[in-house]
Ligand binder design. Sequence first.
Ligand code: ATP
Length: 512
Amino acid sequence: MAQEDVFKKIVAHCKEYGFVFPSSEIYDGLGAVYDYGQMGVEMKNNIKSYWWQSMVLLHDNIVGIDSSIFMHPTIWKASGHVDAFNDPLIDNRDSKKRYRADVLIEDQIAKYDEKIEKEVAKARKRFGDSFDEAKYRATSQNVLEHAAKRDALHERYKKAMNDGDLDALKQIIIDEEIVCPISGTRNWTDVRQFNLMFSTEMGSTSDASMKIYLRPETAQGIFVNYLNVQKTGRMKIPFGIAQIGKAFRNEIVARQFIFRMREFEQMEMQFFIKPGTELDWFAKWKATRMKWHQALGFGADHYRFHDHDKLAHYANAATDIEFLMPFGFKEVEGIHSRTNFDLSQHEKYSGKSIKYFDPETNESYTPYVIETSIGVDRMFLSVMCASYEEQVLENNESRIVLHLPAALAPVKLGILPLVKKDGLPELAHKIHDSLRFHFNCQYDEKDSIGKRYRRQDAIGTPYCITIDHQSLENGTVTLRNRDSMQQERVRIDDLLNIIADKVTITSILKTL
Ligand code: ATP
């Protein structure tokens, strides 16, 4: 099945099983805004707990905060967002569709890579076992031509972005003959800058009101509280502040479901360090964060680092952790070495010193910062995409199963009495009442047992127990594993030990 169709199915599945709904759906929705349903909110909370606990619980020197969405407007002036939080946009006059010029060009660069991979795949087929891939990549005329074109384009793009040269971006789109995917034409407008921040008015009278912004990132709430936390928490450098919260961006192109939303949630951690140590800490956080992702068990081949060509003016290193979505490798998390830019700017604009006095060296300095910034919703989407499978079973029946990491699954255990009589529901409720304190269980007595298993598979429930007549006699139930569909008979008294060990967030935290 084409990856595009797989993605459509995942989106439909998210709606059908109560994970994600389009916002305001009965009013035909609102562009790039989504609501999480009864299953989605559980999984989202699990993702947030996994992140929060890995930061705050596992590190003595990381603490959390929860700052407001509304902040003093000068903060956004100081941070550079008022002047420079822009994306280059371009319109196609025929389709009237709007695009990000940088994304159009990056997609074009990816096309050259796809061409190279196709050549390599063809040659692999042709030469069979004797295929020397490295040699082929280094010598094939076609591969070298595609690579040269890609590299030249890459260089041109990098320069145009670094110079903020909008005409040069448009010229690349023309020279590369990039067409609008909807109209198929090259009838483009000029490239313009577009600021992504939403604004509103605070105050009751129009003359006394103040223009304020909905925060486009949670990080600034950390920077402006840095000294409060450092002093009241008696924190010593190096230390980190973590925060989870909503962020808002008026994205130009908002497609691809919850990948790019106008209201979304971020999990950000700013790590304050001594100047000069930033590249070591940057490398450490890269490794720590990659390990966090890979601990979910989807396989290392689903991830890669993508180092930034265009560094923000304040950054001296930046990378993205990309995840293999059905529409290619895409950013889920950014890791940035932000120097002392943000803190210095807030010192300048607020007129207040936010220097750190280092008791070990007796010096005062403005700390440098390594930031790790991940979107909850993108993380959610990556987990969904990697977990979704339409499986044909041995008996030629099929099932849709979500192979969610057990710790992230919304429901951990399905509790299913075989029949609705003979005291089986009563025993099932009793088991439910004892386990509900430990993890999320779902009781279901409706329809055949097969149908009930399918419903649990579709929401990714890692375990189901069936209570049958034997359960009444000897206190055992069958425990079914979602992925293998194997069943084993276990004692009711052992259920908590068997299951809790595998489904709690602690179970993955211990592997980090
Ligand atoms: P992109 O290049 O995709 O616009 P970005 O580089 O602007 O992303 P950052 O500013 O580094 O993103 O934000 C950190 C993280 O926040 C991203 O890695 C992503 O997971 C998440 N994020 C950013 N914008 C959105 C959005 N519009 N919708 C959902 N998540 C987002």
